[in-house]
Design a protein around this ligand. Structure first.
Ligand code: CP
Length: 291
């Protein structure tokens, strides 16, 4: 049985096969590939896109979905996450999708279950399905010619599970990844190139991936106001000029902090295309993992 707890769980060949399926699913309405299957969504952190996209993907494939209202679950009575998962597993789901604040939890849970576990985001660690839809969006935009393309990931990179999965995935396909952030949001090691300001590399980049400032994951207050951060890191028309750069963001976007209203409307922004692709990619993932 195969799981998706890290982007490292899928080989490059498997990812390109997923993209073939995703391309077909993009043009297709519903089908019955997973008719009779039941998928349980366990979102212990808030979500709009990922949870809805998984639910829509499952339903488009003919599966049924149970999204546990974790705020009203027996976790509130002291049940451990492992017991919660073991009990859900005992009901015989065909897959479990989980989002949780604890880094590495989805990988730990695979010992407790008899079905595929899909990581929908674990703390600051990884968000593999987001990285797959991000890469798919770039792959389609560049007609598969992604090798050598330079991607600048800008913002709160050290708290970002989206960056965590993308920094593993994109170099596997020859993409050149760097990070742009104030010192407080930079990685502490120098595994990747890191810059203070996008202006330093704006003329070289093909893609800018903006990230949300994850205030909920910080113990310290780095900025008295996010407007101070935005002065240097918000993507505006002035920053991009007329350059041919693809603009991505995993969402939710803090408007005029991460990206200006004007740039979200700009044809270079692929933010809603990412969301659309996210359903097709998750359809392909569910089809691949559920037997
Ligand atoms: N991109 C993403 O994970 O968005 P949600 O938090 O809304 O699911």
């Amino acid at each position: 049985m195969q799981h998706l707890t890290s982007i490292s769980d899928f080989s490059n060949e498997e990812i390109l096969e997923l993209f073939n399926d995703a391309r077909i699913f993009l043009d297709m309405q519903s089908n019955e590939v997973l008719k009779g299957k039941i998928i349980v969504n366990l979102f212990f952190e808030d979500s709009t896109r990922t949870r809805s996209a998984f639910e829509m993907a499952a339903k488009r494939l003919g599966a049924q979905v149970i999204s546990l209202d974790v705020g009203k679950s027996s976790r509130n009575k002291g049940e451990t996450i492992f017991d919660t998962i073991a009990n859900i597993n005992a009901m015989g789901p065909d897959a479990i999708t989980i989002r949780h604040s604890e880094c590495g939890l989805p990988a730990t849970l695979i010992e407790y279950v008899d079905c595929p576990v899909i990581n929908a985001g674990d703390g600051k660690n990884e968000h593999p399905t987001q990285a797959l839809l991000d890469f798919f969006t770039m792959y389609e935009h560049f007609n598969a010619n992604v090798e050598g393309k330079k991607v600048a990931i800008i913002g709160d990179v050290k708290s970002s599970r989206v960056a965590g999965s993308n920094k593993k995935l994109l170099p596997r396909f020859g993409m050149d990844v760097c990070f742009v952030a104030p010192d407080c949001f930079k990685y502490e090691n120098d595994e990747f190139k890191q810059y203070d300001n996008l202006n330093e590399i704006i003329d070289e980049v093909d893609v800018v991936m903006s990230l949300r400032t994850q205030l909920e994951r910080h113990n310290e207050i780095y900025f008295t106001s996010l407007n101070d951060y935005a002065k240097d890191y918000c993507i505006t028309k002035d920053v991009f000029g007329n350059r041919d750069i693809v603009l991505l963001h995993p969402g939710p976007v803090n408007r005029n902090i991460d990206i200006s209203d004007e740039m979200l409307q700009d044809s270079r922004s692929k933010v809603l295309e990412q969301v659309k692709n996210g359903v097709a990619i998750r359809m392909a993932i569910l089809k691949k993992l559920i037997k």
